[in-house]
Ligand binder design. Structure first.
Ligand SMILES: NC(=O)c1ccc[n+]([C@@H]2O[C@H](COP(=O)([O-])OP(=O)(O)OC[C@H]3O[C@@H](n4cnc5c(N)ncnc54)[C@H](O)[C@@H]3O)[C@@H](O)[C@H]2O)c1
Length: 238
């Protein structure tokens, strides 16, 4: 137990699984008071495709915590397919969950973040910074998250609000397993994905969550508008 987030009140989306579960665990270990908002097994249940449910989730969380210091928008879904073959329903669902929900959450939470001079933290992806084969909708949604991070940072700075984004490389979570299961040869894709990371292994939820702890803490008081790759060197170069 340490205290880098002592006294911070945090809403985390997608905290029931994978990276989000890691964030919830690490935030609590660092002294934060956390509410997990998720479609399943959350302390507050909400479907991120529904703006009314997002507004209600923010209101319930603020009431429970007595305010809001850290808004962590982590939940997301993968989407396999090129622009030539992805169907409308998959495109719309991916953009709704991964990108539009950021707008809805930030709008609902803004007065509370102004009051606390709080921080917005987002989960992007290395494929929001570089393109990737056969996941066009997902890449577009994560590139949007990276850009919204910068816009929130600029618009929030006069109010003392910071915004930063963590861009994970391939990380061992149920989402990665789903993504791999959708591939023609999952073992080959896993081996290929592992080989993309110079450190020679896939990431863990803990690897990613510890970057969130830093960016949510007062140690990062002068860091805003950043998209930080946490990727075992994947984006460092060839
Ligand atoms: N795992 C990776 O390799 C990887 C890499 C880069 C970025 N990411 C991003 O990290 C984030 C977390 O991914 P993960 O791998 O931990 O996934 P995960 O599938 O393990 O967890 C995602 C969580 O989001 C929740 N969720 C999904 N749709 C929702 C909805 N409509 N409303 C409410 N909650 C919803 C799920 O219930 C689940 O608890 C995502 O934004 C993902 O795009 C993951």
């Amino acid at each position: 137990m340490s205290n880098r987030l002592q006294g911070k009140r945090a809403l985390v989306t997608g905290g029931s699984s994978g990276i989000g579960a890691g964030i919830v665990e690490r935030f609590r270990a660092q002294g934060a008071d956390v509410v997990n908002v998720d479609l399943q097994d959350g302390e507050v249940t909400a479907d991120l495709r529904d703006g009314a449910q997002i507004a209600a989730a923010v209101a319930t969380t603020v009431e429970r915590l007595g305010g809001l210091d850290l808004l962590v928008l982590n939940a997301g879904r993968p989407a396999v397919g090129t622009l030539a073959d992805i169907d409308d329903a998959t495109w719309d669902d991916t953009i709704a969950i991964n990108l539009t929900s950021v707008h809805r959450f930030v709008r609902a939470a803004w007065p509370h973040l102004q009051q606390s001079r709080g921080t917005v933290l987002l989960t992007g992806s290395v494929v929001g910074l570089d393109g990737s084969a056969n996941q066009a909708a997902y890449c577009a949604s994560k590139a949007g998250v990276v850009m919204l991070t910068k816009c929130i940072a600029i618009d929030g700075a006069p109010h003392g609000i910071r915004a930063n984004c963590v861009c994970p490389g391939f990380t061992e979570t149920p989402m990665l397993e789903t993504f791999l299961a959708d591939q023609d040869d999952p073992d080959a894709v896993r081996a290929f994905a592992t080989g993309l990371h110079p450190v020679g292994r896939l990431g863990t939820a803990r690897d990613i969550a510890d970057a969130f702890v830093y960016l949510g803490s007062d140690d990062a008081a002068w860091v805003t508008g950043v998209a930080l790759p946490v990727d075992g060197g994947l984006l460092a170069g060839i």
